[in-house]
Design a protein around this ligand. Structure first.
Ligand code: GSH
Length: 251
C-alpha cells in the first residue's frame, strides 16, 4: 500500500479511537447469515461494522455505492427507501434502517444484552465516525464499472484494520458482494504484528474462531486475507489483493 493511502487509512482508524478492533469469542453464528447493505465510506455503516466486529458476527456485505445498479435497488424494494446501512436478518425476517437501531437489535438479539451505553448515545460515536470516514476523501462511496461475481468473495478482516480498509473500499466500488469474516482481537498475542508474532509468540494459538481457521488453512494469521471462490484465488497483502481485484473485476 502506498504511504499516503496507508497514512489516511491509519488516521481513519485513529479518528474512531480504534473502535472495531477488539472482538469476542462467539461459539456460533446465526443459522442463516446476516445481510448488510452498505457502503464502506459511509460513517453510519461504519458504526454497524464496528459493532459486528465487537460482537464477532460474520455477515454477507452487499455493497450499495452511489450510482450502484446491482444491490442498491434491492434495498428500496425490501425496506421502502434507499438509505444505508440496511440490515436484513433472514433468521427473524427483520429488516432495519438506522445504525443505532441496527446496533441495538444486534446486541439484544445476538448477545442477549442491551448495547453498552456508549452505543446508545448517538452523539458519542457519530462525530468520530464522520471524521474517520472523511479522511478517506470519498473512497468506498461511488460505483465504478465492474464485472459481476457469481459467488460471494470471502474477506477476513476487522473493522479498524488500516490494511483491510482499502480492500473493503474497492469491493464497495466494484459492487462485489462478500462474506465478511470477523478477525477481532481477543487475546494479547493477537495484537502482535505478524512478523513480530513469529519471534515473540512462535506457538501462537488464537482463541477466536476465524483466526484459528486461517492459521489451519494457511499456517499464519494476518489481515486482510481474501478468498475468491469464483477463480480459486486466495491471497494475503492488501496491495496484492487490491491489484488482484482490479485485474479480475474492474472494467
Ligand atoms: N440516521 C441514519 C443515517 C443514514 C444515512 O444518512 N446514510 C446515508 C449514507 S452515509 C444514505 O443512506 N444516503 C442516501 C444514499 O446514499 O442514497 C443512520 O444512522 O443509519
Amino acid at each position: 500500500m502506498n504511504p499516503v493511502d496507508f497514512s489516511s487509512s491509519m488516521l481513519a482508524t485513529l479518528g474512531a479511537l480504534g473502535r472495531g478492533t477488539v472482538g469476542s469469542n462467539r461459539a456460533q453464528q446465526p443459522e442463516q447469515p446476516l445481510e448488510l447493505y452498505e457502503m464502506e465510506g459511509c460513517p453510519f455503516c461504519r458504526l454497524v461494522r464496528e459493532a459486528l466486529t465487537e460482537l464477532d458476527l460474520d455477515v454477507i456485505v452487499y455493497p450499495c455505492p452511489k450510482n450502484g445498479k446491482r444491490f442498491r435497488p434491492l434495498v428500496a424494494t425490501m425496506g421502502g427507501k434507499q438509505q444505508f446501512p440496511y440490515l436484513y436478518d433472514p433468521n427473524t425476517d427483520t429488516g432495519l434502517y438506522e445504525s443505532a437501531d441496527i446496533i441495538q437489535y444486534l446486541y439484544q438479539h445476538y448477545s442477549e444484552q442491551k448495547a453498552p451505553a456508549t452505543w446508545q448515545i448517538k452523539a458519542i460515536k457519530t462525530p468520530g465516525s464522520l471524521v474517520a470516514s472523511s479522511v478517506r476523501a470519498g473512497k468506498g462511496l461511488r460505483a465504478r464499472a465492474a464485472k459481476q461475481n457469481e459467488k460471494p468473495l470471502i474477506l477476513y478482516s476487522f473493522e479498524s484494520s488500516p490494511f483491510a480498509r482499502p480492500v473493503r473500499e474497492l469491493l464497495t466500488e466494484l459492487e462485489l458482494n462478500y462474506e465478511l469474516k470477523q478477525m477481532g482481537r481477543t487475546q494479547g498475542s493477537d495484537w502482535l504484528l505478524p512478523p513480530m508474532r513469529k519471534r515473540l509468540a512462535p506457538s501462537y494459538s488464537p482463541a477466536q474462531r476465524n483466526r484459528r481457521e486461517l492459521l489451519e488453512r494457511t499456517g499464519r494469521v494476518a489481515v486482510p486475507y481474501l478468498i475468491d471462490p469464483n477463480t480459486g484465488m486466495d491471497l494475503y497483502e492488501s496491495a496484492d489483493i487490491v491489484a488482484y481485484l482490479k485485474s479480475a473485476y474492474a472494467k
